[in-house]
Design a protein around this ligand. Sequence first.
Ligand code: ZN
Length: 224
Amino acid sequence: MTVIEGSEYSIFMIEIYSEYPRTRAKAQETGAARYYTGIPCVAGHTGLRDTKRSYCLECHNARHRNWYSGNKDRVKVSSKEYREKDPDGLRNRKRKTVLARFDRDPVKVWAMHAATQIRDRSNKKNIPCSVVWQDLVAIHSVFCPIFGVELVYWNKSKKCGDSASIDRIVPELGYVPGNIVVISDRANSIKNNASAEELYRIADWLRPLEESCRTELLGKSDSV
Ligand SMILES: [Zn+2]
């Protein structure tokens, strides 16, 4: 792959990797584990490089995948042993890495994570999807527009009612710019794939029932 300096693609890549040092020397100086040169490797990847050993991460991952496919059983046994040896230690180390990353820029990390999830889900379910993480950063908000709660930009393992969640306004149009909003997870799970009309019907049906239940049951418990 040839990357023309100043082309749309190279600008996009530089933007993604803008936080990384541009040379290995600079990375060693600042103690960064990865750096980004923008110069293609022998296989043509222009992604990140490892500071300690200077290899291209994509090549390294490909080598690893290759090795893993031939050693699956071995890995299963040894990782099980590793987990059992010190379960809390592993959990804490993983947590620390995630926390540090979120600390730097929670919205960006959330957006990159969410964009990947959306893409995977859309591919599986055949939903149109053209949003990239930059779109998600652009439309994110501090508060849920429905419930007004402060949105939590966190990873999925820590999901709660206030977690930021991406909703398709008209579900069948898919994840395309203009059709997505960021709302709280609670609002999203209530809305699900309902239309405004359907939600009004549910509310209209529920309100009198809720009120009569309340007066009836509370009235009863008062008299007992
Ligand atoms: Zn490479």
